[in-house]
Design a protein around this ligand. Structure first.
Ligand SMILES: [Zn+2]
Length: 516
């Protein structure tokens, strides 16, 4: 009786710009592709927002009972310095400017990217395909496009003729006529339409590129858009369920993927059911971008004393389709929120005793019908009405286009709900954790107390001073106690005095060098 009361998952589809009820092509199974990083540099925190979004989507699909097959590609060739297909290859440019080999560069940044995602508790995808390992398949795909009459050759490579596909740019709501108008003005025997793009880029006669392969169109390298068409369709088939990426991919990269899939008779805009895009992270009104010079990595943020899971929480506080202002006050609010939650869960665990955590989570994840049905129907101890209300609140929030902020609010409320037993609250937390990925069950509040890189005292020195201050207070040497307090405050340490004689708790204040 309970199973028909939980709402269907509704997701915002960029193709058509509306909320739609989600149903996978194969019952119970979801095939998901996320555009990966171009590994010529570190991922900045704006890039990471895209993978936190994709991971949250995946977790919520799992919450709803779907088995998810997730692919994130690695772009290690073909992405030019301008997304509009101009300039140098990003990886080659990085190799030239650093004197390292392209292979060293891509290996190093791929590893760093994967480690950053792991620290954010992003689940490993089933596959990480690399562009350079799919060159022959890309050539075969481009051949199909050519044979079907969708391409033309120019001195610098093979181009896709976007006027040959119906509805080109539908996803990006592109004003194609305007574009073609513009292209007509400046085209001098080059591209036929302003929106046409390179499928294969031929190396210049007099220059040897660092990464190049033989092809029917001469030695060269594949276009960036071709890579994602080939890798997504190879591993997920056509049609597949969901393709994600940053909102900056909606105008060009993803429109071009659709055009190619259509041209190679691999489903067209029907090749992917849902196109989903996350909005930008804003840093003082600048789009987070490697080209602005404001380059903030996860490691940078950790150096300020912000734990990666706090950054995850910060992202969950906003909706993925809203622009998110990166601010000191926002990060501090996230730290406070997560720390409070972790403390509360720890206290509840001390009260509740042993619970079969792993068993509970595994069962919920693999129950057809999802976490909601699992909790309602499978627990030995049925939930009372108050607990059921929390669960419904959670399910409604998550099912409504991933409203993580409302889900966090529901969890924060539940952990302080006196009418629920510790055991029941912890079961609810365990279930919510499936969707939130904050390690809520085993996260120790002390883990979040990261020492800022700018701090002049070590953790041990702070502990010693805190103890000395307590001793001074006991000896009624208030002058010394106050002096120590001032010293600690100046060093960025916050002291939480307790009344009941337990040792004084302290924590680092994050040192965040950005404004609000
Ligand atoms: Zn892509």
């Amino acid at each position: 009786m309970a199973s028909n009361s939980n709402p269907k998952l509704r997701l915002y589809n960029s193709l058509g710009r509306s909320l739609e009820e989600f149903e996978p092509f194969v019952p119970g199974r979801v095939r998901l592709y996320s555009c990966g990083l171009t590994v010529y540099n570190y991922a900045h925190i704006g890039n990471l927002r895209a993978y936190l979004f994709a991971d949250t989507l995946r977790r919520i699909l799992q919450w709803k009972g779907y088995d998810v097959f997730h692919v994130i590609n690695i772009t290690d060739v073909g992405h030019l310095t301008s997304d509009a297909d101009e300039g140098d290859d990003k990886v080659e440019a990085a190799a030239r400017s650093t004197g390292r080999t392209v292979w060293d560069i891509t290996r190093y940044y791929t590893e760093d990217f994967k480690q950053s995602l792991a620290r954010l508790n992003v689940q490993e995808p089933a596959l990480w395909p690399k562009a350079t390992e799919h060159i022959q398949e890309m050539i075969a795909f481009a051949r199909d496009l050519q044979a079907a009459g969708y391409t033309y050759e120019l001195p610098d490579g093979l181009y896709f003729d976007t006027s040959k596909v119906s509805d080109y740019g539908k996803l990006g709501l592109l004003d194609l006529e305007g574009q073609q108008e513009g292209a007509r003005v400046d085209s001098k025997g080059d591209k036929r339409n302003g929106s046409d793009f390179a499928v294969w880029r031929r190396s210049p006669e007099d220059e040897q590129r660092l990464m190049e392969w033989d092809s029917p169109w001469g030695r060269g390298a594949p276009g960036w858009h071709l890579e994602c068409s080939v890798m997504s369709l190879k591993y997920l088939g056509a049609p597949f369920d969901i393709h994600t990426g940053g909102v900056d991919h909606r105008q060009v990269h993803h429109c071009n993927e659709i055009a190619q899939n259509q041209g190679a008779a691999r489903g067209g805009d029907g090749s992917v059911r849902f196109w989903m895009h996350n909005e930008f992270l804003l840093l003082e009104d600048l789009k987070m971008s490697k080209s602005t010079g404001e380059f903030i990595r996860l490691q940078t943020v950790e150096g300020w004393g912000i734990h990666p899971l706090v950054y995850r929480y910060f992202n969950l506080m906003a909706h993925y389709r809203s622009q998110l202002e990166f601010s000191a006050s926002g990060l501090i609010a996230a730290k406070t929120g997560l720390q409070r939650l972790a403390r509360r869960v720890q206290a509840l665990r001390a009260e509740a005793g042993e619970l079969p955590w792993g068993h509970l989570l595994a069962d919920a994840r693999f129950t057809r019908g999802g976490a909601y049905d699992y909790v309602i129907t499978s627990l030995a101890e049925p939930l009372d009405n108050d607990a059921r209300a929390v669960l419904t609140q959670l399910d409604e929030a998550l099912s409504n286009d991933l409203n993580t902020a409302a889900a966090l609010a529901a969890v924060s409320q539940a952990v302080n709900e006196s009418s629920l037993s510790p055991d029941t609250v912890l079961r609810l937390v365990a279930i919510a954790e499936l969707a939130l990925g904050l390690r809520l069950l085993d996260l120790r509040p002390e883990e979040l107390n990261l020492r800022p890189g700018s701090a002049t005292l070590t953790d041990e020195e702070v502990t010693k001073l805190v103890e000395e201050r307590e001793a001074s207070r006991k000896d009624r040497n208030f002058e010394r106690a106050d002096a120590i307090r001032d010293q600690l405050t100046a060093a960025g340490v916050e002291i939480m005095d307790t009344r009941d004689g337990t040792p004084t708790a302290w924590s680092w204040n994050p040192a965040i060098p950005i404004g609000d």
